[in-house]
Design a protein around this ligand. Structure first.
Ligand SMILES: [Zn+2]
Length: 202
C-alpha cells in the first residue's frame, strides 16, 4: 500500500480527498492532480477566462473537454436502412463531460448541452476560487462522450434502432467552469438549476 502525501507541489497547500475518485484540486491555488499508479500526477488544466463571478456560492467544477470526430457508418431507422438519416455530422464534437459528482441523468443532460457552450479559457487559475475535486477518469469521460454523441443522434432521428459509428478523439483537456452551489443544488450562470447534483466540495 502506498501513502500519497496530500500536499500541493506548487504551493504546499493541503489537499482534501473529498469526492476525489480520480483526482484532487488544490483549494489554495487550483492546481489539478490525477491519482495515478505512482501517486499524484500533475495535470494541466484550463479555467474560464471570462470575468469570474464572485461570491461564496461560486464553485469551479471540473470537466473533461472531449474533442472528437464522430462518423456514422450506418443507421437503421424504423425498418428502413438510411445512412446518415439525420444528416452527416461534419464538425468535430466539442463536448464537456462533467468530472465531478453528479447523478447520471444530470450528467448526460449537461454533456448534451455542453456542445453549444463556448468559453474563453486560460491557463491561469482564478484567485481565491473554490474548486470541486475530480471524480471521473479520462477513460470514463471518453466512453461517456461516445454514449452522449449516440444519444444526440438518436434524438435527431426519433425512431433509430441501430447505429454504427467511428470516432477519433483528440487528447482531452481538463477544464474548470464556474457554477453556483446553493441549497445543495448546482446553478449555471443563467440560474438554471441542475437539481439532482450531488456535488461534494472539500
Ligand atoms: Zn496549490
Amino acid at each position: 500500500m502506498k501513502l500519497v502525501p496530500l500536499v500541493c507541489r506548487k504551493c504546499n497547500g493541503k489537499l482534501n480527498g473529498k469526492g476525489a475518485l480520480a483526482g484532487v484540486v488544490c483549494p489554495s491555488c487550483g492546481s489539478a492532480y490525477l491519482l495515478g499508479k505512482d501517486g499524484l500526477e500533475p495535470v494541466p488544466a484550463k479555467y474560464t477566462a471570462d470575468s469570474a463571478p464572485e461570491g461564496a456560492d461560486v464553485v469551479y467544477v471540473p470537466f473533461w473537454r472531449e474533442t472528437f470526430d464522430f462518423k456514422i457508418t450506418s443507421e437503421k431507422s424504423s425498418g428502413i436502412f438510411s445512412p446518415n438519416y439525420a444528416g452527416p455530422h461534419t464538425e468535430p464534437y466539442d463536448m464537456k463531460i462533467p468530472a465531478f459528482e453528479l447523478r447520471a441523468e444530470a450528467l448526460q443532460g449537461m454533456a448534451e448541452d455542453s456542445v453549444s457552450w463556448s468559453q474563453k479559457l486560460t491557463d491561469k487559475p482564478p484567485a481565491g476560487a473554490r474548486f470541486a475535486n475530480i471524480s471521473l477518469s479520462e477513460t470514463d469521460a471518453r466512453k461517456l462522450a461516445q454514449f452522449v454523441a449516440c444519444s444526440i443522434e438518436v434524438k435527431k432521428s426519433g425512431t433509430m434502432q441501430a447505429l454504427s459509428y467511428e470516432t477519433a478523439f483528440q487528447k482531452p483537456e481538463l477544464v474548470f467552469l464556474p457554477f453556483r452551489w446553493k441549497d445543495k443544488q448546482l446553478f449555471d450562470l443563467e440560474d438554471r438549476s441542475w437539481t439532482d447534483a450531488v456535488l461534494s466540495i472539500p
